[in-house]
Design a protein around this ligand. Structure first.
Ligand code: ATP
Ligand code: MG
Length: 183
Protein backbone atom coordinates (compact mmCIF):
# COMPACT_ATOMS: atom_id res chain seq x y z
CA UNK A 1 0.00 0.00 0.00
CA UNK A 2 1.64 3.15 -1.20
CA UNK A 3 0.82 6.66 -0.11
CA UNK A 4 2.11 9.91 1.21
CA UNK A 5 1.00 9.13 4.76
CA UNK A 6 1.27 12.77 5.86
CA UNK A 7 0.05 11.64 8.38
CA UNK A 8 -1.08 8.00 8.41
CA UNK A 9 -4.64 7.72 9.77
CA UNK A 10 -7.27 5.10 10.54
CA UNK A 11 -8.58 5.19 6.95
CA UNK A 12 -5.26 3.67 5.81
CA UNK A 13 -5.23 1.12 8.63
CA UNK A 14 -8.83 -0.01 8.12
CA UNK A 15 -8.21 -0.28 4.38
CA UNK A 16 -5.13 -2.45 4.93
CA UNK A 17 -6.88 -4.61 7.48
CA UNK A 18 -9.93 -5.11 5.25
CA UNK A 19 -7.83 -6.11 2.24
CA UNK A 20 -5.61 -8.40 4.31
CA UNK A 21 -8.70 -10.29 5.45
CA UNK A 22 -10.68 -10.24 2.20
CA UNK A 23 -7.79 -11.48 0.03
CA UNK A 24 -6.19 -13.68 2.66
CA UNK A 25 -2.84 -11.95 2.23
CA UNK A 26 0.38 -12.90 4.00
CA UNK A 27 1.06 -9.29 4.92
CA UNK A 28 0.40 -5.71 3.98
CA UNK A 29 3.46 -3.58 3.39
CA UNK A 30 3.08 0.17 3.84
CA UNK A 31 5.41 2.06 1.51
CA UNK A 32 5.58 5.81 2.08
CA UNK A 33 6.49 7.69 -1.09
CA UNK A 34 9.84 9.48 -1.06
CA UNK A 35 9.02 12.15 -3.61
CA UNK A 36 5.31 12.07 -4.49
CA UNK A 37 5.86 14.16 -7.62
CA UNK A 38 2.16 14.58 -8.35
CA UNK A 39 1.80 16.45 -5.04
CA UNK A 40 4.64 18.94 -5.62
CA UNK A 41 2.19 21.83 -5.38
CA UNK A 42 1.88 21.39 -1.63
CA UNK A 43 4.10 21.24 1.41
CA UNK A 44 5.24 17.77 2.42
CA UNK A 45 6.65 16.53 5.71
CA UNK A 46 10.14 15.00 5.49
CA UNK A 47 10.22 11.35 4.43
CA UNK A 48 11.85 10.19 7.66
CA UNK A 49 9.03 11.65 9.73
CA UNK A 50 6.31 10.17 7.52
CA UNK A 51 8.12 6.83 7.66
CA UNK A 52 8.36 7.02 11.45
CA UNK A 53 4.63 7.72 11.77
CA UNK A 54 3.85 4.69 9.61
CA UNK A 55 6.14 2.55 11.79
CA UNK A 56 4.47 3.78 14.96
CA UNK A 57 0.98 3.18 13.59
CA UNK A 58 1.74 -0.40 12.56
CA UNK A 59 4.21 -1.58 15.23
CA UNK A 60 1.67 -3.59 17.20
CA UNK A 61 0.08 -5.39 14.27
CA UNK A 62 1.94 -8.46 13.03
CA UNK A 63 -0.01 -8.39 9.74
CA UNK A 64 1.60 -5.10 8.79
CA UNK A 65 5.11 -4.27 7.59
CA UNK A 66 6.77 -1.04 6.58
CA UNK A 67 9.22 -0.55 3.73
CA UNK A 68 11.53 2.41 3.30
CA UNK A 69 12.44 1.58 -0.32
CA UNK A 70 10.68 4.64 -1.74
CA UNK A 71 12.07 6.97 0.93
CA UNK A 72 15.57 5.58 0.34
CA UNK A 73 15.41 5.93 -3.45
CA UNK A 74 16.27 9.31 -4.92
CA UNK A 75 14.33 11.08 -7.63
CA UNK A 76 10.59 11.09 -8.23
CA UNK A 77 8.80 8.09 -6.74
CA UNK A 78 7.41 5.72 -9.34
CA UNK A 79 5.43 2.72 -8.11
CA UNK A 80 6.62 0.72 -11.11
CA UNK A 81 10.21 1.02 -9.82
CA UNK A 82 9.10 -0.17 -6.40
CA UNK A 83 7.34 -3.19 -7.83
CA UNK A 84 10.31 -4.11 -10.04
CA UNK A 85 12.71 -3.80 -7.13
CA UNK A 86 10.42 -5.91 -4.94
CA UNK A 87 10.12 -8.61 -7.60
CA UNK A 88 13.84 -8.74 -8.11
CA UNK A 89 14.39 -9.37 -4.39
CA UNK A 90 11.33 -11.61 -3.89
CA UNK A 91 10.67 -13.28 -7.24
CA UNK A 92 8.09 -15.72 -5.91
CA UNK A 93 5.83 -13.12 -4.27
CA UNK A 94 2.41 -12.42 -5.72
CA UNK A 95 1.90 -8.67 -5.49
CA UNK A 96 -1.16 -6.54 -4.91
CA UNK A 97 -1.26 -2.76 -4.83
CA UNK A 98 -3.88 -1.26 -2.57
CA UNK A 99 -5.47 2.09 -3.34
CA UNK A 100 -8.56 3.98 -2.29
CA UNK A 101 -11.13 4.09 -5.08
CA UNK A 102 -10.52 7.85 -5.37
CA UNK A 103 -6.96 7.10 -6.47
CA UNK A 104 -7.92 4.57 -9.18
CA UNK A 105 -8.61 7.10 -11.89
CA UNK A 106 -5.19 8.67 -11.31
CA UNK A 107 -3.25 5.50 -12.08
CA UNK A 108 -3.18 6.09 -15.86
CA UNK A 109 -1.20 9.25 -15.12
CA UNK A 110 1.50 7.26 -13.28
CA UNK A 111 4.90 6.66 -14.81
CA UNK A 112 4.80 3.54 -17.05
CA UNK A 113 1.34 2.75 -15.71
CA UNK A 114 0.66 -0.03 -18.20
CA UNK A 115 3.75 -1.92 -17.08
CA UNK A 116 2.80 -1.20 -13.47
CA UNK A 117 -0.74 -2.62 -13.70
CA UNK A 118 0.58 -5.70 -15.50
CA UNK A 119 2.99 -6.46 -12.63
CA UNK A 120 0.50 -6.25 -9.75
CA UNK A 121 -3.15 -6.86 -9.02
CA UNK A 122 -4.70 -3.49 -8.26
CA UNK A 123 -7.00 -3.58 -5.27
CA UNK A 124 -9.41 -0.71 -4.66
CA UNK A 125 -11.14 -0.09 -1.36
CA UNK A 126 -14.25 2.02 -1.36
CA UNK A 127 -13.70 5.65 -0.56
CA UNK A 128 -15.84 8.70 -1.15
CA UNK A 129 -14.64 10.48 -4.27
CA UNK A 130 -14.87 10.09 -7.97
CA UNK A 131 -15.22 6.57 -9.31
CA UNK A 132 -14.72 6.76 -13.06
CA UNK A 133 -14.24 3.69 -15.18
CA UNK A 134 -10.58 2.87 -15.67
CA UNK A 135 -8.67 1.20 -18.51
CA UNK A 136 -7.34 -1.73 -16.44
CA UNK A 137 -8.68 -4.56 -14.28
CA UNK A 138 -8.85 -4.28 -10.53
CA UNK A 139 -10.30 -6.09 -7.54
CA UNK A 140 -12.74 -4.27 -5.26
CA UNK A 141 -12.71 -4.78 -1.52
CA UNK A 142 -15.34 -3.40 0.77
CA UNK A 143 -14.32 -1.59 3.93
CA UNK A 144 -16.20 0.26 6.63
CA UNK A 145 -16.00 3.75 5.18
CA UNK A 146 -14.07 6.40 7.05
CA UNK A 147 -14.45 9.83 5.51
CA UNK A 148 -11.13 11.11 6.66
CA UNK A 149 -8.14 12.32 4.70
CA UNK A 150 -4.64 13.32 5.70
CA UNK A 151 -5.41 16.78 4.29
CA UNK A 152 -8.31 17.20 6.70
CA UNK A 153 -6.19 15.89 9.56
CA UNK A 154 -3.36 18.33 8.86
CA UNK A 155 -5.95 21.11 9.04
CA UNK A 156 -7.24 19.70 12.30
CA UNK A 157 -3.75 19.62 13.82
CA UNK A 158 -2.99 23.14 12.58
CA UNK A 159 -6.21 24.44 14.10
CA UNK A 160 -5.88 22.49 17.34
CA UNK A 161 -9.08 20.52 16.65
CA UNK A 162 -9.79 17.04 17.95
CA UNK A 163 -8.00 14.16 16.17
CA UNK A 164 -8.59 11.50 18.80
CA UNK A 165 -9.61 8.11 17.30
CA UNK A 166 -8.71 9.35 13.80
CA UNK A 167 -4.94 8.96 14.19
CA UNK A 168 -3.30 6.34 16.44
CA UNK A 169 -2.38 7.73 19.82
CA UNK A 170 1.37 7.21 19.43
CA UNK A 171 1.28 8.98 16.06
CA UNK A 172 -0.51 11.98 17.61
CA UNK A 173 2.11 12.02 20.33
CA UNK A 174 4.91 11.96 17.72
CA UNK A 175 3.24 14.80 15.79
CA UNK A 176 3.15 16.94 18.89
CA UNK A 177 6.71 15.98 19.99
CA UNK A 178 8.10 16.83 16.56
CA UNK A 179 6.02 19.97 16.16
CA UNK A 180 4.52 18.73 12.89
CA UNK A 181 1.53 20.51 11.32
CA UNK A 182 1.89 23.71 13.30
CA UNK A 183 1.29 26.13 10.44
P1 ATP B 1 -4.02 13.42 1.25
O1 ATP B 1 -5.27 14.10 1.73
O2 ATP B 1 -2.77 14.10 1.70
O3 ATP B 1 -4.03 13.06 -0.19
P2 ATP B 1 -4.87 10.76 1.97
O4 ATP B 1 -5.71 10.70 3.20
O5 ATP B 1 -5.55 10.66 0.66
O6 ATP B 1 -3.96 12.06 2.06
P3 ATP B 1 -2.68 9.22 1.00
O7 ATP B 1 -1.39 9.03 1.68
O8 ATP B 1 -2.75 10.11 -0.17
O9 ATP B 1 -3.74 9.70 2.12
O10 ATP B 1 -3.35 7.84 0.67
C1 ATP B 1 -2.69 6.64 0.42
C2 ATP B 1 -3.71 5.65 -0.10
O11 ATP B 1 -4.72 5.42 0.90
C3 ATP B 1 -4.47 6.15 -1.33
O12 ATP B 1 -4.64 5.08 -2.21
C4 ATP B 1 -5.80 6.61 -0.78
O13 ATP B 1 -6.85 6.52 -1.71
C5 ATP B 1 -6.01 5.65 0.38
N1 ATP B 1 -6.82 6.25 1.44
C6 ATP B 1 -6.54 7.35 2.14
N2 ATP B 1 -7.51 7.63 3.02
C7 ATP B 1 -8.45 6.67 2.87
C8 ATP B 1 -9.73 6.41 3.48
N3 ATP B 1 -10.21 7.22 4.41
N4 ATP B 1 -10.42 5.33 3.08
C9 ATP B 1 -9.91 4.52 2.10
N5 ATP B 1 -8.73 4.70 1.48
C10 ATP B 1 -8.01 5.76 1.85
MG1 MG C 1 -4.75 11.22 -1.15
Amino acid sequence: MGGTFDPIHIGHLIAASSVYEALNLDSVVFIPAGDPWQKRDRELSPGQQRLEMVKLATENDARFQVSDVEIARSGPTYAVDTVREWKRLNPSDELFWIVGSDALSGIPSWHEWEAFVSEVTIVAVNRVGQNDSVPFDFVSVDMPEVRISATELRDRFINGLDTKYLVPKNVSQYISDQGLYQT
